[in-house]
Design a protein around this ligand. Structure first.
Ligand code: TXA
Ligand code: MG
Length: 337
């Protein structure tokens, strides 16, 4: 099939609505990364998402709704969650609630919970308002590959396999939403993102962070999988091992390969004369740039050498989690499967 890439004008939204009603998938811009959406109520449509991505069936999807959607039809929201929704939605926060079982069981991969997200992207909102139903959507990348932050990235993974990409320009947030478990008395972060633990605790009074222990069934199944991997070989060094990193670069070049460093701005400056991909200076810039640089790296390099950013805390929790996983390091999520 031909994959159309269209801005979210009236004609494109009408086509998107038609496709969703027919049980097809539509890729769409969000402020974090692009999503691959289908009607969350239709089993066959949800299964299509899993098949296209090659996603393990035990990894649940997020249901996306517009800001005026009545979520009480879908989930049982504990009272303390109202202040969190007011503070952070629409925006890059996904909240996991006890489900009322109104969407396809394939969305939650058999769990009794349902995760909901209300994106702030005007493109996503126009799409969600046009269809006016819960849209199940993971990131629009092949399973385990780097998440997409432009329509071109989605095309790179799915050209010819999906009918439509709603192009809203680059996703400026750059890393996926924070996933917050709201099924207990205190909210708990399952996946770090742009809405940080400090931000959530300042509204909810307290906020936990889930760490999977080895051998334990993960609370957020996606965190157990190897993710965000560029399609070239990778190596990883901490910023205080630059000498080793440079020797690694030289070995690859000596063997006829094309090595390239991926590092924060200050480290790139120190690596003048070598091929580098610059992640940027601030946490927000590093979040925004990470996936685009990983995709540039896999195209241009035979060996991408990641140098861990030195800034920590806040948004960097989420950036580091993705960075370590992209370079095959065990983040805080236990075994990689
Ligand atoms: O920013 C985002 O969240 C993007 C955009 C498209 O909205 N979506 C996204 O979806 O990143 P995905 O499928 O790539 O990641 C969803 C994560 C997975 O780690 C999954 O295990 C977790 O959320 N998750 C989804 N539903 C859950 C549930 N009911 N309980 C626990 N974890 C859940
Ligand atoms: Mg994903």
């Amino acid at each position: 099939m031909k994959t159309l890439v269209l801005p979210p004008d009236e004609r494109a939204l009408a086509y998107a609505k038609e496709l969703i009603a027919a049980g097809e998938v539509v890729a769409f811009h969000t402020e974090t990364v692009y999503g691959l959406g289908a009607d969350a109520r239709i089993d066959a449509a949800v299964k299509k998402i899993f098949a296209l991505k090659g996603r393990p069936a035990d990894n649940p999807l997020i249901a996306h709704v517009h800001p005026d959607y009545d979520i009480s039809a879908l989930v049982e929201a504990p009272p303390y969650t109202a202040a969190l929704r007011k503070a952070f939605l629409p925006g890059p926060l996904t909240m996991v609630y006890p489900s009322k079982g109104k969407v396809s069981p394939f969305v939650s991969a058999g769990l009794a919970t349902l995760s909901l997200r209300v994106p702030s992207s005007p493109t996503a909102q126009a799409f969600l308002r046009a269809v006016d139903l819960p849209v199940a959507a993971p990131s629009a990348n092949r399973s385990k590959h780097v998440s997409p932050v432009t329509a071109q990235h989605v095309l790179d993974d799915f050209d010819g396999d999906i009918p439509l990409i709603l192009d809203g320009g680059p996703s400026r947030g750059g890393i996926e939403s924070t996933v917050l478990d709201c099924t207990g008395s205190v909210p708990q972060i399952l996946r770090a993102g742009l809405v940080t633990r400090e931000m959530i605790a300042s509204v909810a009074g307290d906020c936990g962070v889930y760490h999977m222990r080895a051998g334990e069934k993960p609370k957020s199944p996606g965190m157990a999988y190897k993710h965000y991997a560029p399609g070239c070989r990778t190596a990883y060094f901490s910023a205080d091992a630059l000498g080793d990193a440079v020797r690694c670069y030289a070995r690859e070049e000596g063997a006829g390969g094309a090595p390239c460093f991926l590092a924060e701005h200050a480290v790139c400056e120190r690596l003048g004369g070598y091929r580098t991909l610059d992640l940027g200076e601030t946490p927000a810039a590093m979040a925004e740039n990470l996936y685009a640089r990983l995709r540039e790296g896999e195209r241009a390099a035979s060996l991408l050498i990641g140098i861990a950013p030195t800034v920590r805390g806040g948004v960097m929790d989420g950036v580091m989690n993705r960075f370590l996983r992209a370079f095959g390091q065990n983040a805080d999520a236990g075994e990689e499967l």
